[in-house]
Design a protein around this ligand. Structure first.
Ligand code: OXD
Ligand code: MN
Length: 596
């Protein structure tokens, strides 16, 4: 039975039912009884496997088809009416053509299957930040993941009422999981997402990248707010004051680890605490006091499993201990639990690797093969996270003191620097780049520009998006605007050793950032912005690893390298023609002049 009388929602669903022809329609009401019945059903069909109830209560295992293990950027389209509105960094298709292509694929594809109607809210139900979506799917796995990652059910529809347009339509059709016919399409002008022939998280949990970043970034541009690929964390000082930071990093830079950082011992003893509000996405808008406030629109973590362990991220690991769905990790058949690379040093002897092949995990590892897929994931409820902020559900969000951008640069960027002002900070974000690691296919060490870490997630023209940042800045009182910084945890010496320990010790850098925001510490002006004096980064307890001398090394600005960088930026901007905001051209000119 339909859970709403909202005519625009019911009409759209009728249309889609006519198209895909399900045998049955089930509305997801958000009740535990209904979700439990779906888990049972999915266990019976083998779609998911129940894990050891004693060791991992309420946890399930799922594997995708081996051809369907990651987001597919070359098959992700922005279907704006005009091609130029998608810009040079997105793949585009005309809406008419895309709808026809997708409807031909989707037609009758639910025959013999059930249509699940998932009403969901991105953000706390009823918050002024929040937005509603409906996802139609033929996958119970998607329903169960969406029920962790978002707020789902009748309460969402009740709060939404009979408004007619401000909701996002999402149609997911698993079809035959055929990679040749896989498409993830966003129609920003229609508030619509259609995803076909995939069953992998990032392509099918439509609330996440598709809505909360691609569609929402476009909505934010039109409505005066921002959807950003940023974590949100709160730093509590010994006096109990909490300051919040939003930070954007390209993938493979430790975003989830930073969001759940554990302070170094000396800081813990003094009473410092770090609170996680979100690990991936921020929705940001101006509050009544003129400051920027952010919420995490999600309700769960869709984290990469390999690399997560009790040293790198004990909080994330703890979050996966109950009510979690694991995708494409390995299974320990002795005790029906899960395993992934670097979880510990003991791969299971009696194991099933991620594709389901039975193996001796120890030998498998000895042969250098992975047991878990490198992009295997956990879907864990935020409420499991031991350091979840008490402000996580605050419908007004948290006030942001600083924006932090970062990337992986072995030689170039110093450990931290501050932009001269808002517009220069936008330039720093727009020119963000990271060097590729061995973890991804292709050459290692190649510089890849990823503005604000939004390259695959901006739902419109990237240069218009930069302009939106500039315009937001114009509405802010400079005293209240977040300060903008860049960090680089990945500087290496000539022998290729990392010069900074990273992980919890990154708090030392965040502390300097907060002090800068509060006007409590001086900085030196350089060609690229304000850098710390080495003495102002607290190295207490770290003396064995980092000396003031080695710190000086990661706080230098090499003019030759930066001159090269300025050339790279110029080439990058050239892709956007005359759409690059003049403020960013000015920042580039200043950088070049400063380097002379
Ligand atoms: C993610 C991503 O999965 O950014 O969060 O790719
Ligand atoms: Mn992400």
């Amino acid at each position: 039975m339909a859970l709403t009388n909202n005519k625009s929602i019911l009409d759209w669903i009728d249309e889609k039912v006519e198209l895909v022809k399900p045998d049955e329609i089930v509305w997801i009401d958000g009740s535990e009884e209904q979700l439990e019945a779906l888990r049972k059903e999915a266990c019976e069909t083998g779609e998911i496997i129940k894990l050891n109830e004693e060791l991992l209560p309420g946890c399930y295992y799922h594997r995708t088809k081996p051809n369907d293990v990651a987001r597919v950027e070359d098959r992700t389209l922005i279907c704006s009416k005009k091609e130029e509105d998608a810009g040079p960094t997105n793949h585009w298709m005309a809406p008419d053509k895309a709808y026809k292509m997708l409807y031909d694929i989707a037609k009758d594809s639910y025959k013999g299957r059930t249509m699940y109607v998932i009403p969901y809210s991105m953000g706390p139900v009823g918050s002024p930040f929040s937005k509603v979506g409906i996802e139609l799917t033929d996958s119970i796995y998607v329903v169960l993941n969406m029920a962790i990652m978002t707020r789902v059910g009748k309460k969402v529809l009740d709060a939404f009422g009979d408004k007619s347009n401000d909701w996002v339509r999402g149609l997911h059709c698993k079809c035959d999981v055929d990679p040749e016919n896989r498409w993830i399409c966003q129609f920003p002008e229609d508030n619509t997402i259609i995803s076909v022939n995939s069953a992998y998280g990032g392509n099918v949990l439509l609330g996440k990248k598709c809505f909360a970043l691609r569609i929402a970034s476009y909505q934010g541009k039109n409505e005066g707010w921002q959807a950003e690929h940023m974590l949100i964390l709160g730093i509590e000082n010994p006096q109990g004051e909490v300051k919040y930071i939003c930070a954007a990093f390209p993938s493979a830079c430790g975003k989830t680890n930073l969001a759940m950082l554990i302070p170094p011992e000396g800081y813990r003893n003094k009473g410092y605490k770090v609170w996680c509000v979100g690990d991936d996405i921020s929705w940001i808008r101006k509050g009544p006091d003129g400051r920027l406030y952010a919420i995490n629109p999600e309700n769960g973590f869709f984290g990469v499993a390999p690399g997560t362990n009790d040293k790198s991220n004990p909080n994330a690991l703890a979050a996966t201990k109950k009510g979690t769905i694991f995708t494409n990790v390995a299974r320990n058949l002795d005790n029906n639990t899960v395993w992934w690379e670097s979880l510990d040093k003991n791969p299971p002897v009696n194991a099933e690797e991620w594709t389901g092949i039975k193996t001796n995990g120890v030998e498998w590892k000895a042969e250098g093969k992975n047991l878990a897929h490198p992009n295997s994931r956990f879907t864990a409820p935020t409420e499991n996270c031991p350091c979840l902020s008490s402000e996580f559900e605050n419908p007004q969000g948290v006030p942001i003191s600083a924006f932090v951008f970062g990337g992986r640069r072995a030689k170039l960027a110093p450990l931290v620097y501050q932009s001269r002002d808002w517009n220069h900070g936008v330039f720093v974000g727009a020119t963000m780049a990271s060097e590729t690691t061995a973890a991804a296919a292709g050459a290692v060490g190649v510089v890849r520009r990823d503005p604000m870490a939004m390259l695959p997630f901006c739902g419109y023209h990237m240069a218009d998006y930069w302009q939106h940042w500039i315009d937001i800045g114009k509405t802010l009182d400079p005293d209240k605007a977040p300060k903008i910084f860049n960090v680089n945890w990945f500087r290496k010496d000539d022998e290729g050793n990392f010069l900074w320990p990273g992980f919890g010790d990154n708090l030392r850098v965040l502390e300097w950032i907060i002090k800068r925001c509060d006007g409590e510490v001086d900085a030196q002006e350089t060609a690229i912005g304000y850098l710390p004096y080495a003495k102002d980064i607290n190295l207490e307890g770290l003396e064995d690893e980092v000396t003031e001398e080695s710190l000086e090394k990661i706080l230098d600005v090499d003019k030759d390298l930066w001159t090269e960088e300025a050339k790279g930026i110029e080439e990058f901007f050239a892709k956007f023609g005359d759409k690059v905001p003049v403020e960013l051209e000015e920042s580039l000119a200043t950088l070049k002049a400063n380097l002379q």
